[in-house]
Design a protein around this ligand. Structure first.
Ligand SMILES: [Zn+2]
Length: 454
């Protein structure tokens, strides 16, 4: 483990020189940026007054209590997330695994039963029991079940139906809609690729043309937008890039332009990341943006880049840890966007995930830790593609790769009026038995989190 330099970066004399200057042009954006910087300056100055030793602490016990309570009881404030209930399971379970807090068997079993009630008869998972299947809660549910990692958890997932659901949302141009009749954006490609690779249901045709469609989302800025032609955004950039990695096509992206875009999103004064150019820092981008650096490191390594560090990611890992530990912790547990905002499970999950990325370089074979503060601040590493702990990814792959890939019925027939005249004989679509030709094997050694990553 590498000791971090003292004093803290934000205690150094020249830190104030990193503050934003508006060059005499005041805009709504510049005013907001200055407000955020002054609130952070205040947090730092209070911290300086009460701590002679600069050892920012992760409030483990408080976060644990907050998360434990959330698994059984949510306040009224969460009513608006009634269609995102598998997400709450994932956010809380992943935060607990990062804190290395075991999930009691009874709780794990209850979560499995709840998620099985969210599984739709048409395949995939819905945001709650009785709702329509949607790719986002499908991703969250599969991740949550893989974190639990018991035979009961794996058996919840109906893989044949899941494949049917993925076909029902696949579009002819390679993209996916989030749900039947819903919107297209690059989140869906990631959610589909993530669940399909984890559960071993990738068929040769399922992701046909998807990499080409994702590639169209990379714009002149270097990052990726939700759909081709829009502004680059951290969440979409992570989703598109991680999907490309799963599909083994990350080399198709302009990796250098992507690298330049993402490292420019780390804020000079705050140390955290913004989601888009000219936006404010936000704790959740600690994962969506910083999480791109492990993906890029590995992709550039595969491309033969010889100058890559074998100890550090290409962002300021200490500055991000300072931002999360000093500015994003609620003293009563839970983490948040920025000072002045309230805590929630989403920000708790993604602040902790980003903190883990900033603490751990490399993979199982080449590992270098850089922990700000005491050793007790150390979180478990997270898998940069799936954002669950690497051993849970390995365990799920080991389980599902033993099962055959379900037969691929292919795309459903296009909707439309029944043809006039006598009904044609019903010829069943050719059903091919599973095979993984031309598809990357998520369990092979070139996958992220395995030996060749760095
Ligand atoms: Zn946020």
């Amino acid at each position: 483990m590498e000791g971090l330099s003292s004093p803290l970066r934000c205690f150094r004399e020249h830190h104030a020189a990193e503050m934003f200057t508006d060059d005499g042009v005041e805009t709504v954006t510049s005013v907001e940026q200055k407000k955020v910087e002054s609130s952070i300056e205040e947090v730092i100055s209070v911290y300086k007054q009460i701590h002679s030793l600069p050892q920012p602490m992760l409030l483990r016990e408080q976060h644990y209590q907050y998360l434990k309570k959330g698994l059984r009881h949510l306040s009224d404030a969460y009513e608006c997330l009634d269609a995102s209930r598998p997400w709450l399971c994932f956010w809380i379970l992943h935060s607990l695994e990062l804190l290395e807090e075991p999930i009691p068997a009874a709780v794990a079993s209850d979560v499995c039963q709840f998620l099985s009630r969210c599984q739709s008869p048409t395949g995939g998972f819905a945001g709650g029991p009785g709702q329509h299947a949607h790719l986002a809660p499908t991703y969250a549910a599969v991740n949550a079940l893989c974190i639990i990692g018991t035979p009961q958890a794996y058996s919840v997932i109906d893989r044949e139906k899941l494949l049917d659901f993925l076909w029902s949302v696949k579009q002819p141009d390679g993209s996916f809609v989030m749900h039947v009749g819903g919107e297209v954006d690059v989140r869906s490609a990631y959610c589909a690729a993530s669940v399909a690779s984890l559960t071993n249901i990738i068929t040769p045709r399922l992701f046909q043309d998807t990499p080409n469609w994702i590639l169209r989302c990379q714009n002149w800025e270097g990052g990726l937008s939700g759909v081709p032609g829009l502004e680059a955004h951290g969440g979409y950039t992570f989703c598109g890039t991680a999907a490309m990695v799963i599909l083994g096509k990350e080399h198709m992206l302009d990796l250098k332009a992507l690298l330049r875009w993402v490292v420019s999103r780390q804020m000079r004064f705050e140390g955290g990341f913004q989601g888009r150019c000219n936006k404010l820092v936000d704790g959740c981008y600690s994962f969506w943006q910083a999480g791109l650096l492990p993906l890029l490191h590995r992709a550039l390594f595969k491309e033969g880049e010889s100058e890559l560090s074998r100890q550090r990611w290409m962002f300021e890992q200490q500055a991000l840890q300072e931002y999360i530990l000093l500015c994003c912790q609620n003293p009563g547990g839970g983490l948040l966007d920025k000072p002045g905002k309230s805590r929630d499970f989403y920000h708790t999950c993604y602040c902790l995930s980003g903190l883990s990325v900033a603490q751990h370089f490399g993979n199982a074979d080449l590992h270098h830790e850089m922990i700000l503060g005491k050793e007790e601040n150390r979180l478990a590493p997270t898998h940069p593609v799936y954002n669950i702990c690497p051993e849970k990814v390995a365990q799920a792959l080991q389980h599902f790769l033993q099962l055959p890939v379900p037969a691929d019925a292919g795309p459903p027939p296009p909707p439309g009026p029944a043809p006039a005249g006598p009904a044609p004989a019903l010829v069943p679509a050719p059903r091919r038995s599973g095979g993984r030709a031309n598809q990357p094997n998520p369990g092979d050694s070139t996958r992220p989190g395995s030996s060749s990553q760095a």
